[in-house]
Design a protein around this ligand. Structure first.
Ligand code: COA
Ligand code: MG
Length: 288
């Protein structure tokens, strides 16, 4: 099982300054972006810089966002980075689950490990960037076993459908994007992989980010994307259970432990059964 990752920080891979800065980040994962944050003319420079940083000892887990799998750029991205076996590859703009199969096929050529081998490069896929994939998401039944996490994004989909906004006047996601977010969470759970919420673009609004990230954690996501180093501590905190929820979870586990034969027990006047125990165990696992 792949380690749970709470904060995933994007870094435009052609920026030496930002790459340097990412070395001291507390993000769980740093995503070196070779796709939308890099001008096509600078992709070769970016590929060389990523190859360099993949050979360095950095405290974070490393991920590379490659270009869409059916592009020539993707093949060039993989040729540049796969010799250094990044822990994760992020795949954007899937049009169908077959795009993940195509990527897995290409990865196999580099590492010759089984798709589900513990240390094979894992894939994190962005599931909502094209209308074709967005339509398929509710009926998604399987995804290539290389895919160990999925996430979603609003911007590319809104451009693809011709919308000029993704949020209402109250700042909440419009219905379409709420639906995409929920479908991503459901699909991740059905597939038993990590669910990563999308980024919070207003990187100076740390109070707004904290609220968003706490909500994402409560809703069931495992982590969230970040676009600025100032966001990762806030995200890590939001996805780490606080002292009170840990104590509560310990009380629940203890109540069941005290009556090993009982399926339902009471704690201070409340009924607890299996789902309560499962949730408590999950919280304690997350706290570790
Ligand atoms: N990773 C690493 N370092 C970053 C960073 C990032 N994502 N974003 C900013 N920094 C660095 C800056 O280089 C700057 O460092 P310095 O003090 O050494 O110059 C410092 O953090 C403060 O940055 P700030 O001035 O607040 O922002 P900026 O104008 O330099 O950059 C963005 C703003 C939005 C362009 C930048 O945060 C960014 O590039 N984000 C990621 C974009 C991306 O990858 N998008 C694709 C996925 S959606
Ligand atoms: Mg994009």
């Amino acid at each position: 099982m792949t380690e749970i990752c709470k904060s995933w920080l994007f870094v435009p891979a052609d920026s030496e300054r930002k790459l340097e800065k990412s070395r001291s980040s507390d993000a769980d994962v740093v995503i070196y972006d070779l796709e939308d944050a890099v001008q096509p003319a600078r992709r070769d420079i970016a590929r060389r810089l990523v190859a360099d940083v993949l050979q360095q000892d950095v405290p974070t887990v490393q991920c590379v966002r490659v270009n869409p799998v059916d592009s020539r750029d993707c093949a060039d991205d993989l040729a540049a980075v796969m010799p250094y076996a990044p822990r994760w590859v992020m795949l954007p703009k899937l049009r169908s689950p077959a795009c993940a199969d195509m990527l897995a096929e290409q990865l196999r050529a580099y590492d010759r490990k089984a798709d589900d081998a513990e240390d094979a490069t894992a894939v994190v896929a962005i599931m909502t960037e094209t209308p074709e994939m967005a339509l398929r998401l509710p009926a998604l039944e399987a995804l290539n076993p290389r895919v160990r996490a999925i996430t979603w994004g609003a911007e590319d989909l809104s451009v693809a459908i011709g919308a000029t906004t993704t949020r209402g006047a109250d700042g909440e996601w419009l219905a379409l994007y709420q639906q995409m977010r929920s479908q991503t969470l459901l699909a991740a759970r059905a597939l038993n992989i990590q669910a990563i919420d999308t980024l919070y673009a207003a990187f100076k609004d740390s109070e707004g980010l904290a609220q968003y990230a706490q909500r994402a954690a409560r809703d069931g996501f495992d982590g969230m994307l970040a676009i600025h180093p100032a966001q990762t501590t806030v995200i890590n905190t939001a996805f780490t259970p606080d002292a009170e929820s840990i104590r509560e979870a310990q009380r629940v586990v203890a109540a069941f432990a005290a009556q090993p034969d009982a399926g339902a027990v009471q704690l201070e006047g409340r009924m607890l059964d299996k789902p309560h125990l499962t949730l408590a165990q999950k919280i304690l696992a997350r706290a570790r």
